[in-house]
Design a protein around this ligand. Structure first.
Ligand SMILES: [Ca+2]
Ligand SMILES: [Ca+2]
Length: 279
């Protein structure tokens, strides 16, 4: 058996019993042969990168943010939108664990920013065929807008993303039929964001302000580099990636640019040895 086939066989074996145990997102059927988007039971996290505050800080310093988008409430997905699929108005929480680097290495914060369900936060999905056992469709984040007030360190903390705000953010979702009338949901957004801040008097950020533009992938897959879903990124996953090297993916194409190459290898090696525990 070739290495490639071995990798596929490993995947097929694990796909049978993985489910939540592998940190995947499972969402109940909404009564219409699909799952409501976004999956309210799940969290979008950034396991392969951080959001950063850089602009306006001393040279070499950053504030790294292991961002999560979660606790969607209420989710109002309805037919329509730009692409003839659905459009969703949502509220949610943007969870922002922050860690400074360089001269700010002592700076550590945990901020939860509310994204209001007031019509300002929404995204559109391309059409999908309800009832199909596998439903794959593109999404586009139209707007994500949050402000945090009353903080001792940040007199301004303002995060924006979405094409309507000049920050194109595409996404992709695969829904796969699962036991108990539910759906495995593998979903991500490549978030082009801006983060504006102004430090408060008396804070380590006093006198600093700026707006950083960046790109971070947020995904419902907690361990995208764990290609065989056994809970750890190790030589088995490396073997699967290498057996797909030079091909179009999707298996092994971790940055979703249509080719499995050294960029994907770097992402995997960066997570090498990482354990992924059940959610
Ligand atoms: Ca693995
Ligand atoms: Ca790639």
């Amino acid at each position: 058996m070739s290495t490639r086939l071995t990798g596929v066989a490993i995947l097929a074996g694990f796909a049978c019993f993985c489910g939540m145990a592998c940190g995947q997102c499972v969402e109940p059927d909404n009564g219409f042969g699909t799952a409501t988007m976004p999956p309210a039971a799940c969290s979008y996290s950034s396991p392969m990168g951080d959001m950063h505050i850089i602009d306006g800080l001393p040279a070499g310093d950053t504030i790294d943010i292991d961002v999560r988008l979660e606790n969607f409430f209420p989710v109002n997905e309805a037919p329509g939108g730009l692409f003839g699929g659905t459009t969703t108005q949502y509220g949610a929480q943007l969870v922002l664990p922050m860690q400074g680097t360089g001269s700010l290495s002592g700076f550590s914060r945990f901020i939860v920013m509310q994204l209001p369900n007031d019509g300002t936060n929404f995204f559109d999905c391309f059409p999908r065929v309800n009832g199909d056992p596998i439903q794959q469709f593109e999404m586009q984040l139209r707007a994500m807008s949050g402000d945090y007030f009353g903080d001792p360190d940040f007199c301004i903390l303002r995060i924006r993303a979405g094409v309507d705000l000049g920050l194109p953010t595409t996404g992709y979702t695969t829904l796969q039929s699962a036991p108990a009338n539910s759906w495995h949901c593998d979903s991500f957004f490549d978030l082009n964001y801006s983060i504006e801040f102004q430090g408060c008097p008396g804070s380590p950020l006093d006198g600093f302000s700026g707006t950083t533009f960046g790109l971070v992938r947020i995904t419902t897959d907690l361990c995208p580099t764990d290609l065989n879903n056994d809970g750890v990124t190790d030589t088995s996953d490396l073997g699967i990636l290498l057996s797909n090297f030079g091909g179009p993916g999707p298996l092994g194409d971790l940055n979703n640019d249509g080719v499995v190459d050294t960029a994907d290898l770097g992402l995997l090696l960066n997570q090498f040895g990482t354990q992924c525990f059940p959610v």
